[in-house]
Ligand binder design. Structure first.
Ligand code: ATP
Ligand code: MG
Length: 308
C-alpha cells in the first residue's frame, strides 16, 4: 500500500478496565518479586503544564533506548484524548519516525518539505507539517539530509524550533512532541531550547543508562541556565521494563535523581518490531499491550496531572 492509499485511522480511548499502572508517590523496591506491582511515580509536587500549546522534547543521546516509540505512543494517547498533536522528527537516521508511520504528502507534489527546509529557512514549520494515517496526528518529517544541520550549522540553528513554535504564529496545535536522535548536537539542543518539558527514556535493564542520563542532565542544565529557563525534566520513561531486581533498582535510582519528575515503567513487549515492519504504531498493532497502557497512563498524567 503506498502512502496515498493508506486508510485514515481513528485513535480512540482505551477501555477503563484494562491493567493500567497504579499511581504511587514512591518507588517501592522492598516487596518480594511476586507481590511487586509496577506503578508510576507521580511526585506530590508534579503539575501538568497549563498552557494552550505544550511542547515536549524526547531526548537521550544513547541510541535505541525507546525515544521514537515513546514520542509516537505518547502522541497517539494524546490524540485519543482529543488533542491535535504534531510530531517533529528531529533525527536524521533513515529508519526514524518518518519511515515508521504513513504520512500523507499532497498528491503530485514531488517537492516534499522536511525539517531541513525549516532549519535552512526555505519554509515555515507549518509548511513542513503533513497529516499522517492517524486522524489528529501530524508529522514534520525528516530525511537523511537533516544531518547537514549538524555539519553546516545554519545561522540560529539552536533557536530555530523555538522561534517557529513560539514566535512565528500559532498554527493551532495543542501539543508538539519532538523526537531527537542519539546525539547531544545542535538538533537535540534546539529541541531542548524549544520545549517546556523533556521526557527521557532510559533502558530499564541497563545500569549504564544512569551515567548516560547524567550527561544529558548536564546539557539540560546548560540549556536551562542560558537559553530556556522554563525547561524541566517532566518524565523518566523506563523502557522495556521487567520486574527484575536490576530494573527496580534503576527505577529507584532514577526516582532519587529526579525527585520532581514522573517515573514511568513501560512494560516490555515483543510486538514492537512487528508493528514497525507493518508501518503501524504499537497502539494500532497491539492495542492491549501493557506497553500501550503504560504510555497511555503517562500521557494522561502529563496532560492533566493527578489528584493525590
Ligand atoms: N517497552 C519495550 N518493550 C520491548 N522493547 C522495547 C520497548 N521499548 C523499546 N524497545 C526496543 O527498543 C528498540 C528501539 O526503540 P526506538 O527506536 O524507539 O529507540 P530510539 O531511542 O528512538 O533509537 P535511536 O536512538 O536509534 O533513535 C525498539 O525497536 C524495541 O526493540
Ligand atoms: Mg529514534
Amino acid at each position: 500500500m503506498n502512502e496515498t492509499q493508506a486508510q485514515t485511522v481513528q485513535v480512540s480511548r482505551l477501555s477503563d478496565d484494562l491493567a493500567f499502572l497504579d499511581i504511587v508517590t514512591e518507588w517501592d523496591i522492598t516487596s518480594g518479586y511476586h507481590q511487586w506491582k509496577p506503578g508510576m511515580v507521580v511526585p506530590r509536587t508534579f503539575m501538568s503544564r497549563d498552557t494552550l500549546h505544550r511542547v515536549y522534547a524526547v531526548a537521550n543521546q544513547k541510541g535505541g533506548v525507546g525515544k521514537t516509540l515513546t514520542a509516537l505512543e505518547l502522541a497517539l494517547a494524546m490524540v485519543a484524548r482529543g488533542k491535535r498533536v504534531r510530531l517533529i522528527d528531529a533525527d536524521p537516521q533513515v529508519a526514524s519516525l518518518s519511515s515508521w508511520i504513513p504520512v500523507f504528502y499532497p498528491e503530485g507534489v514531488t517537492d516534499r518539505r522536511s525539517l531541513t527546509d525549516v532549519y535552512f529557512d526555505r519554509c515555515t514549520l507549518a509548511e513542513a507539517t503533513y497529516p499522517t494515517a492517524y486522524a489528529g496526528l501530524y508529522l514534520v518529517p525528516s530525511f537523511p539530509d537533516l544531518a547537514t544541520v549538524e555539519g553546516d550549522r545554519p545561522t540560529g540553528a539552536e533557536t530555530c524550533l523555538r522561534y517557529h513554535l513560539w514566535d512565528a504564529g500559532n498554527d493551532d496545535f495543542d501539543v508538539t512532541i519532538i523526537d531527537s536522535g542519539p546525539s547531544l548536537g545542535s538538533l537535540t539542543v534546539s529541541a531542548l531550547v524549544a520545549a517546556q518539558d523533556v521526557i527521557i527514556p532510559v533502558q530499564a535493564g541497563s545500569g549504564l543508562d544512569i551515567e548516560g542520563a547524567a550527561a544529558l542532565y548536564q546539557t539540560i542544565n546548560t540549556v536551562t541556565t542560558r537559553m530556556n529557563r522554563d525547561l524541566r525534566v517532566a518524565a523518566i520513561i523506563l523502557t522495556d521494563f521487567t520486574r527484575s531486581k536490576l530494573a527496580r533498582t534503576i527505577g529507584a535510582e532514577m526516582a532519587k535523581a529526579f525527585p520532581e519528575s514522573l517515573i514511568v515503567p513501560t512494560r516490555t513487549c515483543i510486538e514492537i518490531g512487528n508493528a514497525q515492519l507493518e508501518k503501524k504504531a504499537l497502539r494500532q498493532h497491539t492495542p492491549d499491550a501493557t506497553t500501550v497502557l503504560d504510555y497511555d497512563r503517562a500521557a494522561g498524567v502529563l496532560l492533566n496531572g493527578v489528584t493525590h
